[in-house]
Structure formats: structure tokens, C-alpha cells
Design a protein around this ligand. Structure first.
Ligand code: ATP
Length: 219
């Protein structure tokens, strides 16, 4: 049996919303992945105690994806004490899943253009593919030429077709046009604080959790 290709979607998910869920759904379909793992970020130890705990952010992800057979919650960063770098999370996943497992790290175009600022960023390509979602009509090509030379070189050398994401375990960069919903966690938090409606921006179960636990009341 062929090994299923998995995608990794990290984020603070503070809270998770339809922007995240549509991104995951589009990537699942366009990249032909069989599973997407949502990995909520832990709370860095040096940060002041946040209003919403990592466990609560994670609980909201769990509720939001409960009815999707291909979406899975992975709580490793929430459980891990200390600073979490994506490269360490990918090393752990690679060790658990084996050398043959196709793993794709999903991210938006803006995040990709800042990739050179990530801890041990060039190692990421030895562990996973990178799948970049960008707005249709906007091309990464237009913006990559102003990125640092090393990022440009990685991009040009590793650009691959979606099929590579399933056929090889790591090392490719694929770019996909994905409509971006105008929803952000920041807007949701301030709407809750202003006692405005957040309906249709995120799943009802998540909105109910926010209201029950009185989250974001004073953002
Ligand atoms: P905040 O408003 O607090 O900065 P956010 O809504 O941008 O949060 P994150 O948890 O930081 O959410 O995002 C996780 C991932 O989801 C990132 O890769 C980000 O680019 C992507 N993402 C966030 N919002 C959208 C959206 N509306 N459409 C597509 N992708 C999104």
C-alpha cells in the first residue's frame, strides 16, 4: 500500500477560523494529500500568561475539525515545554513516521518570503516539502526576486509539481493558488471584545466554546 502523504499546518489558532479550515481543505485537494495535521503552537515560556491558554486554543482546533475524516489534531507543541521551532517538530515527525513518509509543510506566501528568518531554515528542506499558498492572480515569481539570494536559489532549485509531494518524502517547493478568505484571528478577537457577532467567520462549535469560556472578552 502506498504511504499516505501528509500536510502539516502550524499556527497559533487563537482562535481557529474558516480561513485556516479552507486553506487546509484547498491544500488537501490541490496537493492530493491524505491527511492534514493541525499543530497549535505552544506558549513560549517567556511570554506573559496569555488570556487564552494553549490547551484552550488546542481544544478549539479539536472541536473545529472533529467532523473531518482527514483532519487531525497534533498536540506535541502544546505539550512541549520550552521554545518550539518548526525544524524540531519536523525532526520529531520524521523520526516517528520514517524516511519514506511524504511530509509537506503548508504556509502562506508571506510566511514563505520570510523563511530565511526561521531557525535552521535550510534544514527544513531535508525534512519536508514546502507548499506555499498564494492568492490567485498574485505570483510568487514577482516577489521572490526581491528575497535574499539564498532563498531565491532554494526556490528555483526545488520548485516542483504537486505530484512530487506524494512521490517523494521531502525537498520540493510547490506553489498553489488558493483564494484567501478575509478572516483573521485578530479580527475575531476584537469582535468578541466589542460584543459583535462572529457568526460565519468560524464554526459554531468554536463560537460556542468562546462564549462558554468567556474568551477574548477584553482584547
Ligand atoms: P492572527 O490574526 O492572530 O495573526 P491568523 O488568523 O493569521 O492569526 P495563524 O494561527 O497565525 O492565524 O495562522 C496559521 C496559518 O494559517 C498561517 O500559515 C496563515 O498564513 C494561515 N492563515 C491565516 N488566516 C488565513 C486566511 N484567512 N486564509 C488563508 N490562510 C490563512
Amino acid at each position: 500500500m502506498a504511504i499516505k502523504a501528509i500536510g502539516i499546518l502550524g499556527g497559533t489558532f487563537d482562535p481557529i477560523h474558516y480561513g485556516h479550515l479552507r486553506l487546509a481543505e484547498e491544500m488537501l485537494e490541490l496537493a492530493g494529500l491524505q491527511q492534514i495535521r493541525f499543530i497549535p503552537a505552544g506558549t513560549p515560556p517567556h511570554r506573559d500568561k496569555p488570556q487564552v491558554s494553549a490547551e484552550q486554543r488546542s481544544a478549539m482546533v479539536k472541536l473545529a475539525i472533529a467532523d473531518h475524516a482527514s483532519f487531525v489534531l497534533d498536540e506535541r507543541e502544546v505539550r512541549r515545554a520550552g521554545k518550539c521551532y518548526t525544524v524540531d517538530t519536523l525532526r520529531e515527525l520524521r523520526a516517528e513516521l520514517g524516511a519514506q513518509q511524504p511530509i509537506s509543510l503548508l504556509m502562506g506566501g508571506d510566511a514563505f518570503l520570510q523563511l530565511h528568518t526561521w531557525h535552521e531554515w535550510e534544514q527544513l528542506f531535508e525534512l519536508a516539502h514546502i507548499v506555499v499558498g498564494y492568492r490567485p492572480g498574485f505570483t510568487i515569481e514577482e516577489r521572490i526576486s526581491s528575497a535574499p539570494a539564498r532563498l531565491q536559489a532554494q526556490y528555483r532549485q526545488r520548485l516542483c509539481a504537486a505530484t512530487t509531494l506524494r512521490e517523494q518524502a521531502y525537498g520540493g517547493i510547490a506553489v498553489m493558488g488558493i483564494p484567501k478568505l478575509e478572516i483573521s484571528a485578530t479580527v475575531i478577537r476584537s469582535r468578541v471584545a466589542e460584543q459583535r457577532s462572529i457568526r460565519y467567520l468560524l464554526p459554531n462549535v468554536v463560537a460556542e466554546y468562546i462564549h462558554q469560556h468567556q474568551l477574548y472578552a477584553s482584547c
